[in-house]
Design a protein around this ligand. Structure first.
Ligand code: IPE
Ligand code: IPE
Ligand code: MG
Length: 259
């Protein structure tokens, strides 16, 4: 039995409040450039936005928040920027994990950890272990993550564990091995910074996610901006392949709207 409903196998129950929000935190470099600062100043300021958004999500009762921090393709950036981002990630883990734990937040890191150094990998394991039992919010940080990598590694792991599936398998079989198997698919996707693309984020899981793009640069994004995104989500009609009439009549039967 799958843990969560898959929108391609059956019409899922739509949550009142989005259960899972996934964000591409983009625009740090441009935020810094506008202020004649080095790009790294934008990344530093971006960390403060992370704190604010985590807090806001916890207060709003969002169950899962997933943040794209570093993509498989971000290794192509200048070496000094990459090394700054790795240092920043390590510092965040050193400084913030106890606060997350105090706030009953479970931390998960998804991505290919092979290119991280041993110290960083150990910190990641410790942080995940410490916060594993927390239930108020699951905060997932995608680092050295790529949607294609995720699907490929899942297939590899699945076939290693279940060689019998080589002759045929279904979505449910594969999903158990995807990095985010512990979470429902995102209800709302937000990308800051003005670009309108997925940049190899959660390719599998975004199949029926509502997409929201804003020009606001990540360091300038805040709790109010998050609320605007959530409001826009409420105005959407999630049809999952059905017609609008079908959706409305089902909602009327459920007593969710008046005739
Ligand atoms: C997002 O901001 C942070 C990372 C990708 C690590 P950018 O660094 O991509 O900022 P822009 O897009 O150059 O403004
Ligand atoms: C996407 O941002 C990845 C993260 C925010 C971590 P990029 O700035 O790297 O995306 P592209 O290169 O503009 O698509
Ligand atoms: Mg960018």
């Amino acid at each position: 039995m799958a843990l969560f409903q898959s929108p391609t196998r059956s019409v899922p129950t739509i949550p009142q409040v989005p259960r899972h929000i996934a964000i591409i935190m983009d625009g740090n470099g441009r935020w810094a450039k506008q202020r004649y600062l080095p790009r790294i100043a934008g990344h530093q300021r971006g960390v403060e936005t992370v704190r604010e958004i985590v807090k806001a999500c916890r207060e709003l009762g969002i169950e899962y928040l997933t943040l794209f921090a570093f993509s498989s393709e971000n290794w192509r950036r200048p070496a000094d920027e990459v090394s700054f981002l790795m240092q920043l990630f390590l510092k965040m883990l050193e400084r913030e994990v106890s606060k997350l734990h105090e706030n009953d937040i479970r931390l998960k890191i998804i991505g290919d950890r092979n290119r991280f150094d041993a110290n960083l990998n150990q910190r990641i394991l410790d942080a995940e272990q410490l916060t594993a039992g927390n239930v108020s919010l699951t905060l997932t940080v995608a680092a050295d993550y790529g949607g294609r990598w995720d699907i490929m590694q899942a297939m590899q792991k699945m076939l290693q564990a279940r060689p019998d599936l080589v002759s045929g398998f279904n979505e449910e079989d594969l999903e158990a091995y995807l990095s985010m198997h512990y979470a429902p698919e995102p209800d709302l996707f937000i990308r800051t910074g003005g670009e309108q693309r997925i940049s190899n984020f959660l390719l599998w899981q975004l199949a029926y996610t509502e997409l929201y793009f804003t020009d606001t640069l990540w360091p300038a994004f805040d709790g109010e901006a998050l609320k605007l995104a959530i409001q826009s989500y409420y105005a959407r009609e999630r049809r999952f392949g059905r017609t609008s009439e079908q959706v409305r009549s089902e909602r009327m039967q459920d007593g969710k709207i008046n005739a």
